[in-house]
Design a protein around this ligand. Structure first.
Ligand code: GDP
Ligand code: IMO
Ligand code: MG
Length: 405
């Protein structure tokens, strides 16, 4: 029987999902994305070379691994094309192992414009990639889907009516310029080859892989606290980033998700606006940002930094039925004299437990017993507090700086 594993973020994104998915891809048949879009930035480092993926599943660097973009993803054709071209130039082959669901809702240039214009007043601090407006149109049953590219008549009708709708929003509400329907057609036409090469009925593919007993990794984007239903609303993204998103975003029932690996950094970061109880504004915050190179992989914005919040972590473990924890960026804490962890809230303020820092490098460790005793104490405390075992530890950005327990 196949063994399928879900890997998702338990914080506000950027937990190191790309690195961990890549590290676990070696022995699976396929890696699948199920939600979000090119708002994601997933970094992989192999032999000193860094790759940032926005849409392509993080298994793509392994040449025998299939990659699928599921129906729950919102798809920007230009971003996908750019990423494929860049990767092909690096010698990565997409032929016959890369598939995109016909049911993906498209992100059009007008969605991006609406997102950027709105965020000037709504101040969510979105990535400006058109994600929210594209999901709105999907739920409003007016989205253009990837498969529509195959039928010129349907496409013409749908594009015309959608762009008229977008123009009302842009011109009447925001006093911006309108989009020409023809320009949007031309845009879609330019990327028609993506449809011809990669479009698929993802149900057929997933059903076949499942019946053949092949194992899959499901790669989450963003993080649980950015979930549209369970996150820090309205400062969230517009998809379900939690475990339930796999079933809707890929078409695979919950019984076929056998292992749920939740990733948390050893501290916390957030990009964009919204509440962040353990955020630091002092030299410790600066040191986390500096040692962790905390700049967004998609927008380059500085990430806000703070201590690990175990109250939030317990909640996100529950929301996803996490079976295994993965703790990343432990090495970033190597030089701190003291490390704090939030263990409860009082009047909406974090109450911290303080740990003595280990003050030595951890990146070389290949085994948990090779870590400094004080680092092991920190890890054990987290496991016991949230009652979930850590089965993967990440002590550096590279594929091989990973400890499997
Ligand atoms: P994702 O969105 O969850 O895939 O994470 P990002 O790629 O946006 O951000 C994670 C950043 O941390 C990237 O720059 C990674 O290369 C880096 N990274 C991942 N794991 C580790 C780790 O254990 N230690 C250090 N120092 N960096 C890490
Ligand atoms: P990965 O997959 C971190 C944040 C944005 C903003 C909010 C809404 O790399 O972890 P959106 O453009 O989605 O409408 O923005 O969500 N956000 C992310 N933060 N990592 C991400 O992805 C994110 N994708 C969106 O900063 O606060
Ligand atoms: Mg990221």
């Amino acid at each position: 029987m196949s063994e399928n594993t879900l890997i998702l973020g338990l914080q506000w994104g950027d937990e190191g999902k790309g690195k961990i998915v890549d590290a676990l891809s070696e022995n699976v048949h396929a890696v699948c994305r199920f939600q979000g879009g090119h708002n994601a930035g997933h970094t992989i480092k192999v032999n000193g070379k860094k790759t940032v993926l926005h849409l392509t599943p993080s298994g793509i660097l392994h040449k025998n691994v299939n990659c699928l973009i599921g129906n729950g993803v919102v798809l920007a054709l230009d971003a996908l094309n750019e990423e494929i071209v860049e990767l092909e130039n690096e010698g990565i082959d997409f032929n016959e192992r890369f598939f995109v669901s016909n049911n993906c809702a498209l992100i059009l240039p007008s969605h991006i414009k609406i997102d950027q214009v709105r965020d000037k007043t709504e101040s969510i601090g979105t990535t400006g990639r058109g994600i929210g407006p594209a999901y709105e149109d999907k739920v409003g049953r007016r989205a253009i889907r990837f498969g529509d590219i195959g039928d010129q008549n349907i496409l013409e009708e749908k594009v015309k009516s959608l762009i008229e709708y977008h123009n009302k929003i842009l011109v009447d509400i925001h006093k911006e310029n309108k989009f020409e329907v023809q320009d949007i057609f031309d845009y879609i036409e330019k990327y028609k080859h993506l449809y011809e090469k990669y479009s698929c009925d993802s149900y057929e593919i997933i059903e076949r892989w499942s019946s053949d007993g092949l194992s899959m990794l499901f790669e989450g984007a963003q993080g649980t606290l950015l979930d549209i239903d369970h996150g820090t609303y309205p400062y969230v993204t517009s998809s379900n980033t939690t475990a339930g998103g796999v079933s809707t975003g890929l078409g695979i029932g919950p019984k076929n998700i056998h292992k749920i690996v939740g990733i948390t950094k050893a501290y916390t970061t957030r990009v964009g606006e919204g509440p962040f109880l353990t955020e630091l504004f002092d030299k410790d915050g600066e040191m986390l940002a500096k040692r962790g190179h905390e700049f967004g992989a998609t927008t380059g914005r500085p990430r806000r930094c703070g201590w690990l919040d175990l109250v939030a972590l317990k909640k996100t473990i529950f929301l996803n039925s996490v079976t295994d924890l993965c703790l990343t960026k432990l090495d970033v804490l190597d030089e701190f004299d003291e490390i704090k962890v939030c263990v409860e809230y009082s009047d909406n303020q974090p109450i911290y437990k303080t740990f003595k820092g280990w003050g030595e490098p951890t990146s070389q460790a290949k085994n948990i017993t090779e870590l400094p005793k004080l680092a092991q104490d920190y890890i054990n405390f987290i496991e016991e507090n949230v009652k979930t075992s850590i089965s993967i530890l990440s002590v550096g950005p590279s594929r091989d700086e990973t400890i499997f327990i």
